[in-house]
Write a protein that binds this ligand. Structure first.
Ligand code: NAP
Length: 672
C-alpha cells in the first residue's frame, strides 16, 4: 500500500510538500505510516493570506460569534473522536492518554467558548479595568482597552499532545480574532493533521483563519512583523534558537515560550508513611511517570521527601511501578504505551545516562525494551539521588519520558530551596495536611513556579492532579519553563490583543467600547425601559424616577419585618455616638428595596428576572426625612440565545441634595 502523504493547508488549499518528504513511523510497530514535508510552500504568502483574508474576517465577528465558532469546532472533533483515537494509538498513547489529548483538547475549546460568551462582551473591543477619571469636571477620562492584533499567530507545537497542544493555543487565538498558522511536531503530526482536517471540514471557519505546516517552517520567521505572535512549545534549545531570530528581535514580535521544566513534587514534613498524604504522593508520582509515558511537560521529574521517609517512598514507588504494564496501547490491561518515536526513546536514554552519573537507578532498565518488536517502548525508570545539593544534573537534565528522581530533604527550608533549584517550573505539587507548611511553600517557592497544587486527604478525590493544565488556570512558568503564560481563561485571550490606553470624553469612549461610562450622556425616552426588548434598548437609555421620602416608621417597619434591628437603625443614642452616622439611618437594603420600588415597571414584559447586583456601594447615609430618587441607565447588553440575554444597568440613587447615596450595577435577564 502506498504511504499516505500528509498535506499542508495553505491559503485555503490542501497542498503536498514538493519533494524532500520525511517518513513518519508508528511508535508502536515502527512501521512507516506517513510521509510529511512542507517544501515548496510560499511561507510569506501564507502570512499575507492570514493577514489579508483571515484577520479581517475574524475581526468582523464579535467575541460571541467567535465563541460559538469554537463550540462548533469542539463539537466537530467530538463527533469524529473515534477516528482520532485510532490514530492516537499509533503515537504510543493509551486510551486514557488519548482522552487527555482529544477530549481534553475539545474540552479546552468548549471552555473558551463558554468563557467567551459569559465574560466577554458581544462586541469587538474588550475593556480592561475601570474607567479612570482624569479631569475635575469629568469631561476627559481614560479607559484601557484591548483590540485584536492584525497579524498572524504562528503556533509551533511539541509532539507530545498533537491535538490538545494545537487547541489550547487556538482557543484563545481565535477568540481574540487572530488567524493562526499551526506547525505541529513532526513525529506525531499525522494526528494533528487529522484533527485540523475535521475543523476545516466543519465549515465554520472563515477563509484564511487557519493554515497548517506539516514540516519545516522555511523562511516564515523572516517575514514576521510587530502584529504577529509566535507561540512556541518545545525544548529550551529550540526556543532559544527561535527567540534570538533577528526578525523576532528587531520587530519586537511577541514570543510566548513554553519550554521544558524540572517539575517538583514534595511530600510535606508532616506526612509520614502512616498518613493519607504519603499514599497520595506515591500514587501521584507513579501516575505522572506513566501517563503519556511521562512525555508531559508538567510531569514530576523530581520527587522530594523528608530524609526520614525516603526509604519508605522508594519502596512504595517500586511496588507501584512493578504493577505497570507496558505494551501496545490498544491491548486491554496495558497501562503505559510507547514513547512517541525511536528518536525520542534515544533522547530519553541519553538523558537517563546523564542523570545516572550522580543518581542511581532503583527501578527499571532504560536500555532493554519491555516489549518485543520494533516499537519505542521503555520501562518506567526511577532514580534516587541521596545528595541533591551535590548533584546538578537532577535539577537540570530533563528526561522527557517515564523518568523521575527521588531525593531527600532535611527540613522545610531545604525542600523549598531544592524545589526552586529547577530554576523555574510549570507545576509543583505539595502533599501536606498542614496549612502552615502550605503557606511557607507558597511564600518561599511561588515566585519560581507557574502553578502550585496542594493536595491532602480532603481534596484528593476531586483534585485534577499534579500534571493537568486547565483552560481556566494559567499554564506556563518562569525561567527555564520559558517565561510564557497560556490559557488562564480570558488572560490567555489578551496575549493575542494589544492593550491601548484610550483618553477622551466619556461620550466618545462609551461609543467605542459599547458600554455606558459614567459621565456619558443619558438619553430619556417616553417608554419605560422595562417595556423594551434588548434590541430596542440603546446604551445610555435612562429612566429618571420620581422621589420618595423615607420616614422613621419606614425604617422601624423594615427592621421588624426583616429582623435587622442593628443599632444604627433602631437605637438613637447609640447611632448618635457612632463616628459614621451621628443619628439613626435607613438600612442600605431598605434603600435598595425602595429604589427597586421606584424604577420597576410591574406587568409582565421583556424583563424576565433580576439575576444579581455587582459593585454595590453605599456612599452617603440616608436619614429619616430624606428623599431618594433613582437614575437607571442601560450600561451594556448581551444576547445569549433566541430566548434571552443579559442587561447590565447602572443604578445611581441620589438624595434630595443630589448627593449620590448608593450606586450599583443591576443585572436582569431579558427577552432579546
Ligand atoms: P522541540 O524539538 O524543541 O520541537 C518543538 C517544535 O519546534 C516542533 O514542532 C519542532 O518541529 C519545532 N522546531 C524545531 N526546530 C525548529 C526550527 N529551527 N524552526 C522552527 N520550528 C522548529 O521539542 P519536542 O521534542 O517536540 O518537545 C519536547 C519538549 O517540549 C520537552 O522538552 C518538553 O518539556 C517541552 N514541552 C513543553 C510544554 C510546555 O507547555 N511548557 C509542553 C509540551 C512539551 P519538528 O518536530 O518538525 O522538529
Amino acid at each position: 500500500m502506498k504511504t499516505p502523504t500528509l498535506l499542508n493547508y495553505a491559503a485555503d488549499q490542501w497542498i503536498a510538500g514538493a519533494g524532500g518528504l520525511a517518513d513518519v513511523q508508528s511508535a508502536v510497530s515502527g512501521e512507516v505510516i506517513a510521509a510529511t514535508g512542507s517544501q515548496g510552500l510560499d511561507f510569506r504568502a501564507m502570512l499575507e493570506h492570514g493577514r489579508k483574508i483571515g484577520g479581517p474576517a475574524l475581526r468582523a465577528m464579535t467575541f460571541h460569534q467567535r465563541a460559538w465558532m469554537l463550540k462548533d469546532l469542539a463539537n466537530a472533533i467530538m463527533a469524529r473522536k473515534e477516528e482520532l483515537y485510532e490514530l492516537s494509538y499509533e503515537t504510543g498513547a493509551t486510551r486514557t492518554d488519548g482522552w487527555i489529548d482529544i477530549e481534553g483538547g475539545a474540552g479546552t475549546l468548549f471552555s473558551f467558548s463558554s468563557k467567551g460568551r459569559r465574560e466577554l462582551p458581544n462586541g469587538r473591543v474588550l475593556i480592561d479595568g475601570a474607567m479612570e477619571p482624569l479631569s475635575r469636571g469629568g469631561s476627559f477620562v481614560g479607559q484601557h482597552v484591548y483590540t485584536p492584533l492584525q497579524g498572524v499567530a504562528v503556533h509551533i507545537n511539541a509532539f507530545n499532545f498533537p491535538i490538545w497542544g494545537m487547541l489550547e493555543k487556538l482557543g484563545p487565538t481565535l477568540l481574540a480574532g487572530v488567524p493562526a498558522i499551526v506547525k505541529p511536531g513532526s513525529s506525531t503530526g499525522y494526528l494533528t493533521e487529522a484533527a485540523f482536517r475535521i475543523m476545516i471540514e466543519a465549515g465554520v471557519l472563515p477563509p484564511g483563519a487557519l493554515q497548517l505546516i506539516m514540516g519545516g517552517v522555511g523562511d516564515l520567521l523572516d517575514h514576521l512583523t510587530l502584529q504577529d505572535v509566535v507561540s512556541f512549545t518545545g525544548s529550551a534549545a529550540t526556543a532559544m534558537k527561535l527567540q534570538t531570530h533577528p526578525v523576532i528581535a528587531r520587530e519586537s514580535v511577541r514570543f510566548v515560550a513554553e519550554r521544558d521544566s524540572l517539575n517538583a513534587s514534595i511530600l510535606g514534613p508532616d506526612s509520614g508513611p502512616d498518613t493519607p498524604e504519603f499514599d497520595l504522593f506515591v500514587k501521584e508520582v507513579a501516575r505522572e511517570m506513566t501517563v503519556k509515558a511521562g512525555q508531559k511537560c508538567t510531569a514530576i521529574r523530581r520527587a522530594m521527601a523528608p530524609a526520614a521517609h525516603i526509604d519508605a517512598v522508594e519502596q512504595a514507588l517500586r511496588d507501584r511501578l512493578a504493577k505497570v504494564r507496558v505494551g501496545d496501547p490498544r491491548e486491554e490491561g496495558v497501562t503505559m504505551g510507547a514513547l512517541a518515536s525511536h528518536a525520542q526513546r534515544d533522547s530519553v536514554r541519553a538523558a537517563v545516562a546523564e542523570l545516572a552519573k550522580s543518581a542511581r537507578i532503583v527501578s527499571g532498565d532504560p536500555e532493554t525494551s519491555p516489549v518485543a518488536g520494533n516499537g519505542a517502548f521503555m520501562s518506567p525508570i526511577l532514580l534516587r539521588s541521596d545528595d541533591p545539593w551535590g548533584n546538578d544534573s537532577v535539577h537540570d537534565v530533563e528526561a522527557f519520558g517515564p523518568v523521575s528522581t527521588i531525593m531527600p530533604y532535611r527540613d522545610l527550608d531545604d525542600a523549598i530551596a531544592l524545589a526552586n533549584r529547577g530554576m523555574g517550573s510549570l507545576a509543583l505539587s505539595l502533599f501536606t495536611f498542614d496549612p502552615a507548611v502550605a503557606e511557607a511553600f507558597v511564600l518561599g517557592a511561588g515566585a519560581y513556579h507557574g502553578r502550585m497544587v496542594i493536595i491532602d486527604r480532603t481534596s484528593a478525590r476531586e483534585s485534577t492532579g499534579h500534571g493537568s493544565p486547565l483552560p481556566v488556570l494559567v499554564h506556563g512558568g518562569p525561567g527555564r519553563a520559558g517565561g510564557g503564560e497560556e490559557m488562564g481563561g480570558i488572560r490567555g485571550v489578551v496575549h493575542y490583543m494589544q492593550r491601548t490606553a484610550l483618553q477622551g470624553s466619556p461620550a466618545v469612549l462609551s461609543s467605542i467600547v459599547g458600554q455606558w461610562l459614567p459621565g456619558a450622556p443619558k438619553v430619556e425616552g417616553e417608554l419605560h425601559p422595562f417595556r423594551r426588548r434588548i434590541a430596542e434598548l440603546d446604551i445610555g437609555y435612562t429612566l429618571k424616577t420620581a422621589s420618595r421620602t423615607i420616614t422613621i416608621e419606614d425604617i422601624e417597619h423594615f427592621a421588624h419585618f426583616t429582623g435587622d434591628t442593628f443599632y444604627a437603625h433602631m437605637d438613637e443614642e447609640a447611632a448618635r455616638a457612632s463616628p459614621i452616622f451621628g443619628g439613626r439611618v435607613a438600612h442600605g437594603y431598605l434603600i435598595l428595596s425602595f429604589a427597586a420600588g421606584l424604577f420597576v415597571d410591574a406587568p409582565p414584559g421583556p424583563v424576565l428576572a433580576n439575576t444579581g447586583l455587582d459593585n454595590l456601594r453605599f456612599l452617603t447615609p440616608v436619614y429619616p426625612g430624606d428623599s431618594i430618587r433613582v437614575e437607571l441607565t442601560v450600561k451594556s447588553k448581551s444576547v445569549r440565545d433566541e430566548e434571552k440575554g443579559e442587561v447590565r444597568w447602572a443604578v445611581q440613587v441620589f438624595n434630595q441634595k443630589d448627593e449620590a447615596v448608593a450606586s450599583y450595577e443591576l443585572l436582569t435577564m431579558n427577552r432579546p
